[in-house]
Design a binder for this molecule. Structure first.
Ligand SMILES: [Ca+2]
Ligand SMILES: [Ca+2]
Length: 207
């Protein structure tokens, strides 16, 4: 009798632990395989110029949509050069031109905990006297803008990707904006192929 009274609690304890493990283990396993949901990311505007860049507007000199293989363009791109007269940006004197995208609304993005980026690729063949600038402008008056300073100052024949973060997102929240490229040339030398950009993407990201 003493042997039975000692063995019974051990059997009950074992069965109890087994039953507990069957209840708890699946729950632990589920938590282990769950990963965080992907962060939402949303396009506000994109352009690869393959349809000719409808809605882009030109002021001043030279900006146009380049055809495939025009002045070393690999695909259709935004281009600043004298084509069809020449594949350079030379004129007698200084020149200046802007190229502005169609408007897009910066909506659904709170200035808190969010980021708005503008990315594109560029090629550049210019001398040191030229100034290349990108801006986010108010699409209705072009007069309110944020500068998008970026690393697009170096000459390159291989398309270089850049991603620029829009500053002061609280100001832009809910506004209708446009991307604007501006080149100011000094009129000296100006014999290179000029500047091209392509694959524009304005994207918001929630953190
Ligand atoms: Ca293209
Ligand atoms: Ca120059």
């Amino acid at each position: 009798m003493q042997r039975f009274s000692f063995a019974l609690p051990i059997v009950v304890l074992f069965l109890g632990l087994f039953a507990f493990s069957q209840v708890v283990s699946p729950a632990i396993g589920k938590r282990a395989v769950h990963s965080p949901a992907p962060l939402p990311s949303l396009k506000l505007f994109e352009e690869n110029f393959e349809s000719g860049g409808p809605g882009w507007t030109v002021e001043g000199d030279f900006w146009h949509v380049a055809a495939n293989a025009q002045c070393s363009s690999v695909t259709k791109t935004a281009a600043y050069n004298r084509w069809p007269a020449a594949c350079n940006y030379f004129v007698s004197g200084a020149s200046e031109g802007s190229f502005t995208s169609p408007p897009f609304v910066i909506s659904g993005i709170s200035p808190v905990g969010n980021e708005l980026t503008v990315s594109f690729t560029y090629t550049k063949d210019m001398d040191a006297g030229e100034i290349v600038s990108f801006f986010l402008v108010d699409a209705f008056d072009n007069g309110i803008w944020s500068s998008l300073p970026g690393p697009y100052g170096s000459n390159t024949s291989t398309p270089q990707p850049v991603t620029l973060t829009v500053p002061n997102l609280g100001f832009w929240w809910g506004r209708t904006a446009a991307l604007q490229a501006v080149i100011i040339s000094d009129g000296i030398d100006d014999q290179g192929l000029g500047f091209n950009f392509d694959n524009v993407l304005a994207k918001k990201k929630n953190f």
